[in-house]
Design a protein around this ligand. Structure first.
Ligand code: FAD
Length: 493
């Protein structure tokens, strides 16, 4: 007999998504529901996903996670942004930072002020008004309760899942080791139980699919369709490799574009994560591995292994009594590190809408509506990096430059190009500063800007811009070196 009340949640899969879900549910709802997670060591995890964004800190504070303990356990360092090399043109470089940039007015954001200064001959770059960019460039960092620096982390993905496993099990989550062989359904189609290779049957009321790209529940069982975004985001393969560190860890990720995709460099305390993201129409797996190995520093520690994926999303993240979190729900791109954020937000959203008295269509609809709106804004932001380029040196870049993009993105680019206006929409992760840094970095220069700053005297304007830059410079000068700060704050034994 089917019981509609949700008292037992079964999480299928123990990668980062599975353990993030288990940790949040056991901490916040553990007194009300039973949390069970099934994972298979034999299958393992995707083993990547090491760059994060600042909302992770909010998630950790919700769970009461101690930052130093977490950083020691995951051999993490700090991240202030992402450096993009060769994206707008070969030889270009800009940093997309966290935090605010400059100070605008009630009527117009800082980029208008900066553009006005530029028209008057003040040629300081936009990034000179960002504390995080200047600290990143100087390899400096410190955090304290009084500090306003905005940051995230680079972490070891395997260690992070282990850290969250311990955290969740201490709070009562139950882990079952075993390979799921079959998914049983009720006569109405809802999921009833997971049957393991050992014969054990794990039943539940609500199932969270964290089985990664395989999507064992959401796809293989419930056949939830997938919306393919390859025509906008054509990279469909990645090959990661870990290397020994050869220099102190930088507090930012580097993404270097090449003729058929791009390469990441993510420094941690004990090693560096590297990877080549590419489109298989323009680069073979062997070429991708060779390209990567030719462009890493330090001794290679792992065997290169190509991961294949299709960019896009599930048409429904919540279908029947199953919610897909992590790669089972879709994948936009590693660029801009949004995947971990999406499932952290997804589990918080689910807890806010938790179906204690039973799954209803209206709950699932609302959850899907919010998740889709958020992901589509992220998608547009990622496409911007590929599309707003002057590169024409390879077939891949010519395709990206000339492809048609979502109307929502065309509108943003046109608006910025014509007027200098950028905005953060409803349910949008990326702030207007993020849009502004990336649009400028990719070479979109506004033709006009808001006139409000023209009412300032030149002296006042120069004074304000110079003061802002000097304040940042003085603050950065006082910061310790990033690696030294990590060594005294959270160095793993
Ligand atoms: P997985 O890690 O694949 O875990 C799946 C789990 O399901 C495993 O425990 C597996 O054992 C289990 N499982 C599967 N089938 C069965 C079965 N039959 N029985 C039992 N258990 C089963 N995100 C970021 O935020 N930042 C980044 O920098 C970033 N970089 C990325 C780079 C690449 C190349 C890729 C592909 C992804 C990247 N991501 C990044 C995304 C990030 O890696 C994932 O979102 C994150 O690791 C979560 O993965 P997951 O838990 O959904 O899947």
């Amino acid at each position: 007999m089917k019981n509609n009340m949700v008292k037992k949640v079964v999480i299928a899969g123990g990668g980062t998504a599975g353990w993030v879900a288990a940790a949040a549910l056991s901490k916040q709802l553990g007194k009300l529901i039973e949390v069970v997670l099934v994972e298979s060591e034999q299958i393992g995890t995707v083993g990547v996903g090491e760059a994060t964004i600042p909302p992770m800190r909010v998630f950790h504070s919700l769970l009461g996670i101690d930052e130093q303990e977490f950083m020691r356990a995951t051999k993490a360092v700090f991240k202030l942004g992402i450096s993009f090399k060769n994206w707008g043109q070969i030889g270009d470089e800009y940093i997309h930072p966290f935090g605010t940039t400059g100070q605008g007015s009630f009527l117009a954001d800082f980029q208008h002020f900066w553009l006005h200064g530029k028209s008057k001959g003040i040629n300081a770059e936009f990034g000179e008004y960002s504390f995080e960019i200047q600290a990143a460039k100087a390899n400096k960092f410190a955090t304290s309760k009084k500090s306003s620096i905005n940051f995230a982390y680079h972490l070891d993905a395997t260690r992070y899942a282990q850290f969250l496993r311990k955290f969740s099990e201490n709070l009562g989550a139950k882990r079952i080791e075993g390979k799921i062989q079959q998914v049983q359904q009720h006569p109405d189609g809802d999921i009833k139980a997971l049957v393991l290779e050992s014969g054990e049957v794990v039943d539940g009321d609500l199932f969270i699919d964290c089985t990664g790209f395989v999507g064992l529940l959401i796809d293989k069982t419930l056949k939830t369709p997938y919306e393919d975004w390859s025509h906008w985001l054509p990279c469909n393969s990645a090959v990661p490799v870990q290397t020994e560190s050869v220099e102190p860890a930088k507090p930012y990720v580097t993404c270097t574009a090449h003729h058929a995709g791009w390469q990441w460099h993510i420094p941690l305390q004990h090693r560096v994560g590297n990877g080549n993201v590419f489109c298989s129409d323009f680069m073979t797996d062997d070429q991708a591995i060779q390209h990567l190995l030719n462009n890493v520093q330090g001794k290679v520690l792992t065997e290169p292994r190509v991961i294949k994926y299709t960019t896009g999303r599930r048409k429904l993240f919540w279908n029947r009594n199953c919610v897909a979190l992590g790669l089972s729900g879709g994948f936009v791109e590693p660029l801009e590190s949004t995947s971990i954020y999406m499932f952290m937000n997804g589990i918080v959203r689910l807890m806010k809408m938790f179906p204690f008295s039973g799954v209803t269509q209206s709950l699932a609809d609302e959850y899907n509506r919010q998740s889709i709106a958020e992901l589509e804004n992220i998608r547009d932001f990622i496409i911007l990096h590929y599309h707003a380029t002057s590169r024409e040196d390879s077939e891949f870049w010519r395709y990206c430059k000339n492809m048609s993009v979502p109307d929502s993105l065309t509108h943003r680019m046109e608006l910025f190009r014509e007027t200098g206006l950028a905005f953060q929409g409803e349910r949008e992760l990326f702030r207007l500063e993020s849009w502004t840094h990336v649009m400028l970095g990719q070479g979109i220069m506004p033709k006009h800007y808001h006139s409000v700053f023209k009412t300032m005297s030149d002296e006042e304007m120069v004074g304000h811009l110079t003061n802002t830059r000097n304040t940042i410079k003085n603050a950065v000068d006082k910061l310790p070196n990033h690696q030294d700060f990590v060594n005294q704050y959270c160095k793993a034994p």
